[in-house]
Design a protein around this ligand. Structure first.
Ligand SMILES: Cc1ncc(COP(=O)(O)O)c(C=O)c1O
Length: 308
């Protein structure tokens, strides 16, 4: 997405690039600017996770932390973009940036052998991904490269769900909301492309669901425990929403389901228990270990026979 926006922006003559970001985009823009040598400015809400800020800072952009939520950051960025003539990848270069999101649709189709899934659950923040993955599917079908009919579902955190609430209330357009959730990367109360999300979800005969903060944490832990995949709250919200949609019998678990896990959990460790709670702290001694371990009920006592 950033690569398309930056390439086109350079072609259009922009010499400075920037973005408004909840964190993940900032990391991508910083990296692409470092690689291409363009000066870079990143605008973020002041309450985002430390690892997202550090992940951007390492490429040495200018990072501007604003005392407000993402929607306030975004509004200021529209004004700054106009004033200085900088290329904001997700503001004045947005059409190119969003077109880049089709890549995810191509990858889903390719990985499923060009048979589109029956159901696709995607997180919604600013509303880029969902309509553009839908567009990728439409185009692949038009070209005759993929087959299938996919119902598309939007997942949001209950503390910031303008699009899903509009679906549930049967509104034509969403009402902006004030975000309050641990899923900070998708905490966008006034999503630029939210109404396109509504349209695509409805046209595909899909739906939407939300997840509360405790449900998000539970889903993060479930995914890690069952699949070994450690996601951030956006992924937790998406999985928790998918589980609800299955329980509501909107999604048949026997059909092909894709749940998009879009962010890495190492960037949002704050969302989990701040203290790393290990099972026990011991001195490095076999006798001490045995005393502790053999009092445990739920661990295997023997794996393979040790012969030597
Ligand atoms: C982890 C994560 N997942 C998904 C998204 C997709 O959001 P959008 O609806 O803006 O495409 C974002 C956007 O910031 C994100 O950070």
């Amino acid at each position: 997405m950033v690569s398309i926006a930056l390439s086109r922006g350079a072609e259009l003559g922009y010499t400075v690039f920037a973005c408004a970001s909840t964190g993940n985009l900032a990391n991508a823009v910083a990296a692409h600017c470092a690689r291409t040598g363009f000066p870079c400015l990143l605008f973020i809400p002041s309450d985002i996770e430390v690892a997202k800020i550090k992940g951007a800072l390492v490429s040495k952009p200018k990072v501007v932390s604003l005392e407000g939520n993402y929607d306030q950051v975004n509004r200021l960025c529209s004004e700054i973009g106009d004033h200085y003539g900088w290329g904001f990848v997700n503001v004045n270069l947005r059409p190119y940036y969003t077109e880049g999101a089709k890549t995810m649709g191509y990858e889903i189709a390719e990985q499923l052998g060009w048979k589109l899934p029956d159901h696709l659950v995607l997180p919604t923040a600013g509303g880029t991904l969902l309509p553009k993955v839908a567009k990728a599917f439409h185009e692949l079908k038009q070209l005759g490269w993929a087959k299938g009919q996919t119902k598309i579902y939007s997942a949001q955190a209950e503390g910031c769900a303008p699009v899903v609430h509009a679906l549930h209330r049967n509104l034509d357009y969403f009402d902006p909301e004030k975000p309050n959730t641990i899923a900070k990367s998708i905490a966008i109360g006034n999503p630029a492309d939210g109404n396109y999300v509504l349209r695509e979800v409805r046209q595909s005969a899909g739906w939407g669901e939300t997840a509360t903060d405790p449900e998000i944490i539970q889903a993060i832990e479930l995914l890690a425990e069952k699949e070994g995949i450690f996601t951030e709250p956006a992924g937790g919200a998406t999985l928790a929403s998918a589980i609800k949609l299955i329980r509501q019998q909107r999604i048949n678990p026997r059909e092909t389901i894709v749940v998009a896990i879009t962010g890495n959990g190492y960037k949002t460790l704050e969302a989990l228990n701040a203290e790393a709670e290990v099972d026990v702290v011991l001195r490095p001694n076999l006798k001490i270990f045995k005393e502790w371990y053999e009092g445990q009920a739920d661990f295997p006592t023997r794996s393979v026979e040790v012969t030597s």
